[in-house]
Design a protein around this ligand. Structure first.
Ligand code: ZN
Length: 236
């Protein structure tokens, strides 16, 4: 049975969720105007609240068919998420998001290449998304592969984009893929490096960020605790 403290904590989350979602009909934004009124930090806070609901088992009871019908005529997503292909880290589910809420680019190790950068530019400059979120995760196989120097077909080139993060990660313990803490540290460095690549290679996104029209944020998802932790300056 839930303790009184747990009950109160759950009530507080439900209260926050209903306040945050009251005017948006269970989606981040129910119209383009709704979305355009949100600041990048508003959108980040909504994603944080969504992860809080997910990890407490308090997901919004969605009618996906209704969301599908309402969004069929057009989309106005509030963010674009660049995340890993890992089957255990589906961005929309772990942040309790609905159909049409976010764009999601997925590639092993959440790295940026010209096609990914073009997708992020489309999401923000053309479609009006307010946040680019680079989302890494613990126990990432791509990160482990980069640490181990795996060479395999086209994967070799992909892992070469991650490998600098291995060298840039300072760590006192064993610098091996069998060390989960080292893998997690490299994954975090890799998120920071990907943000650096986005700012360096995309003039469009750099300018949107400078004008504060968008935020480019990083976060790590912990597979064991179900927690999405935003990196500075967007940590709680
Ligand atoms: Zn991964």
């Amino acid at each position: 049975m839930a303790s009184r403290r747990e009950f109160l904590a759950a009530s507080a989350v439900l209260g926050a969720a209903s306040i945050g979602l009251l005017s948006t009909a269970r989606v981040l934004a129910s119209s383009k105007e709704d979305r355009d009124r949100l600041s990048p930090v508003d959108v980040i806070n909504m994603m944080k609240d969504g992860n809080e609901r997910f990890r407490r088992g308090l997901r919004v009871n969605r009618d996906f068919l209704r969301e599908q019908r309402e969004r069929a005529a057009g989309q106005f997503p509030a963010a674009v998420i660049l995340s890993c292909i890992d089957s255990r880290a589906p961005a929309e589910l772990i942040m309790d998001l609905g159909i049409g809420d976010v764009f999601n680019a997925r590639v092993a190790g959440n790295v940026a290449n010209p096609d990914i950068l073009g997708s992020l530019e489309f999401a923000c400059h053309v479609a009006g998304a307010k946040v680019v979120l680079v989302l890494g995760h613990s126990s990432c196989g791509a990160i482990a592969g980069a640490i181990d120097g795996v060479e395999l077909g086209q994967l070799t080139g992909l892992l070469s984009r991650i490998r600098p993060a291995v060298a840039e990660t300072s760590y006192e313990g064993a610098r091996r893929s069998s060390d989960a803490v080292f893998v997690e540290r490299v994954a975090r460095t890799n998120v920071e490096r990907t943000i650096g690549v986005i700012r360096k290679e995309s003039l469009i996104l750099r300018e949107l960020e400078r004008k504060e029209a968008i935020a480019i944020a990083g976060a790590m998802y912990d597979l064991k605790t179900a927690t999405v932790s935003f990196l500075p300056p967007y940590e709680r």
